[in-house]
Design a protein around this ligand. Sequence first.
Ligand SMILES: [Zn+2]
Length: 308
Amino acid sequence: MRVVVLGAAAGGGVPQWNCGCEVCRAARGEHPELRSTQTSVAISTDGDHWFLVNASPDLRQQLIATVQLHPRPGRLRHSPIAGVILTNGEVDAVTGLLSMREGSPFTIYAHAKVLEILKANSIFDVLNEKNVKRQVIELDRAFEPALPDGSASGLEILPFGVPGKIAWYLRDKTPPGDREGDGDTIGLRVRDKATGKYFYFIAACGEVTDELKTRIAGAPLVFFDGTVWRDDELIAAGLGTKTGQSMGHVAMSGNKGAIESLAGLDIDRKIFLHINNSNPALLAGSTERTMAERAGWQIAADGMEIVL
Ligand SMILES: [Zn+2]
């Protein structure tokens, strides 16, 4: 199984269009290597057919940069992308779908709540349902996405609920009695059925619960929410008024932060993904970067490819 990180940044990317923070300024200037697009990964078991996890607003740029996702030579109309699995209905996760119009067939896999968001926004009708099928996925029910000809992909994907938050533009619309945020923040376990190798994709997580620890213990690879280094990072930097927690993101550092919470879980490879431009761990050589790396973590970068 191959996994390509199409984008490693949180919402806004690096640099963010309206941000003058240290990282964004460096990314525009002397450190272009800091530039990073918004979070998405591509997965394949055969190298020919690929599934995306989320379709970020930067998808078009990501597809241009990723040879594996180019149309095959000699084909006038073709894409190796067989499907897109959506883990939430936020702008960051769905707007790239709009760059996938033009008639190539693929399937969107998403929780019913996310499919409702697409249906309620008529702009997504550019994806004609004759070509672009929409399939409901359920929490705690593994599914095997299909190739465009209907054959098996060899991938088994298990969606599960992660403590998080509801999409901000729906926050006031939660029906009474609805379990808080159920289905709004989804983690995935992605398994190659032939080899049994698997990894976890958890790009948003508000809290590392004991249940989550038990689930991911012993995994060969975990991509984990690396939005902020410390909970009050945006406030301390004068960039905003929200804490990481209030945005549904546990901090990398600190008591009950991701580094501490995932220590000792016997995970072979831990990679922070969905990293906000305010996060000092993005800066090579920073104290924070060194601390994360000493704790056994990698910081994802666009284009990173992992073979499992
Ligand atoms: Zn910034």
